[in-house]
Design a binder for this molecule. Structure first.
Ligand SMILES: Cc1cc2nc3c(=O)[nH]c(=O)nc-3n(C[C@H](O)[C@H](O)[C@H](O)COP(=O)(O)OP(=O)(O)OC[C@H]3O[C@@H](n4cnc5c(N)ncnc54)[C@H](O)[C@@H]3O)c2cc1C
Length: 367
């Protein structure tokens, strides 16, 4: 059996779905294929931290991408609630950033963007200085994904779960379609690979080797019984209180785990120790759950957004690492503009697949 679409998106995580919606809103016919259920990988597992931002004043392309998300998330959340009836849990609960000496470069970037922050008297994290960032927000990932899926359905986007892409169908080197596990083929004008850390395998046959790899992150969910206040971030670790008594404690960074998605007793014990040390009242909190997800890492910490060199109808959106949720609205806008041949708000080369390797990115926020 064959179908034909303007655009076929491979991967129904937050990046694929948000971009599909943007493309559909612009008038394209779109289908999204996932080898499993939609939004059950990193996009489901993430903590949903959304730092503030101002796209007009953000200094670097990656900070502009994040700042677009900061501005768009409240609008998107309201729109999704009105059109689907699903509340994605977006709320501004404020944050406390515990900055070590190496992280203090952020202060200048925040000031340049006009982000509000204030040094506070809090010595809970030895060796770090605490800053209150009042406009730090959060979203509840599983709810947001449910809302995106409902919105995609409402807009008439073709959604095909449990249909993994196995191979490319090429005619004279030009990609014309994809092949599914059952051997059936699907044709489209343009393709978007948004398959998280699995993108690397899909792109190999197109002679595209980006170095995208899985970075496991574990999360421990505690039930504190009451709201534990603002989000607290210290280096790679954080506490994200949900407002209903639940507190997410994250996260490990384990590239060595490869594609193994299970939690480990050592990882969860570390997270518990971090939580108890930061907020001693959590010592009595009960464990409500634990899980792990695979972030799509890139060699320089920046996402890859744009066409595959030599294949002008195959585009890529992956490598968002720790920040794919906050970067999803900016990514969707950038990719939709590129795929539809419109001018982009951010220069193309910033996230190009054939960019020259540079020192690891130093974004204004690390979570
Ligand atoms: C523990 C943890 C905490 C995090 N916290 C935050 C946070 O606070 N804030 C933030 O902004 N980000 C956070 N992130 C990062 C964020 O979750 C990711 O960057 C983002 O979810 C990546 O989304 P994605 O759509 O690119 O990938 P994924 O969610 O991995 O989606 C890719 C999809 O592609 C599908 N797929 C793979 N291969 C194929 C194939 N061959 N055919 C069809 N489909 C295929 C998969 O099944 C999957 O559904 C966190 C991540 C983790 C793991």
């Amino acid at each position: 059996m064959q179908w034909a679409h303007d655009i076929l998106v491979i991967g129904g995580g937050i990046v694929g779905l948000t971009t599909a919606i943007r493309l559909r809103e612009a008038g394209a016919t779109v289908a999204v294929y996932d080898r499993g259920e939609f939004g059950r990988e990193a996009s489901w597992a993430g903590a949903g931290i959304l730092p503030p931002g101002n796209p007009e004043r953000a200094v670097t392309p990656i900070d502009r991408l994040r700042a677009i998300g900061a501005v768009e998330f409240p609008r998107i959340s309201t729109q999704l609630r009105e059109s689907t009836g699903i509340d994605n849990g977006y709320r501004v609960n404020g944050g406390i950033e515990y900055l070590f000496a190496d992280d203090e470069y952020s202060l200048e970037l925040w000031a340049h963007e006009g982000i509000r922050f204030e040094r506070i008297d809090d010595d809970r994290v030895p060796g770090a200085t605490a800053y209150h960032v009042p406009v730090m927000a959060q979203v509840r990932n599983p709810r947001h994904l449910r809302a995106l899926i409902a919105e995609a359905n409402r807009l008439g986007i073709g959604l095909f779960p449990n249909r993994g892409i196995e191979a490319w169908d090429r005619v004279d080197g030009h990609v014309a379609g994809i092949e599914l596990a059952d051997g059936s083929r699907v044709f489209a004008d343009r393709f978007l690979v948004a398959a998280g850390p699995w993108s690397e395998r899909l792109l190999g046959p197109l002679d595209c080797h980006l170095g995208v790899h899985p970075i496991r992150g574990q999360i421990l969910l505690l039930n504190a019984g009451s709201d534990a206040g603002p989000t607290r971030i210290a280096g790679k670790r954080y506490l994200v209180p949900r407002g209903d008594g639940l507190v997410l404690v994250g996260s490990t960074e384990e590239p060595e785990a490869g594609f193994a998605k299970q939690t480990t007793s050592g990882g969860l014990a570390d997270l518990r120790e971090f939580a108890n040390g930061l907020l001693p009242e959590l010592t009595t909190a009960t464990v409500a759950g634990a899980w792990a997800g695979l972030r799509p890492g890139s060699p320089d910490g920046l996402p890859f957004l744009g066409p595959v060199p030599g294949q002008d109808n195959v585009f890529v959106a992956t490598g968002h690492g720790r920040a794919g949720v906050q970067l999803s609205p900016g990514t969707a806008r950038f990719l939709a503009d590129r795929m539809l041949g419109r001018p982009t708000a951010i220069p193309h080369d910033a996230f190009a697949l054939d960019r020259k390797p540079t020192a690891p990115a130093r974004p204004a926020f690390r979570s």
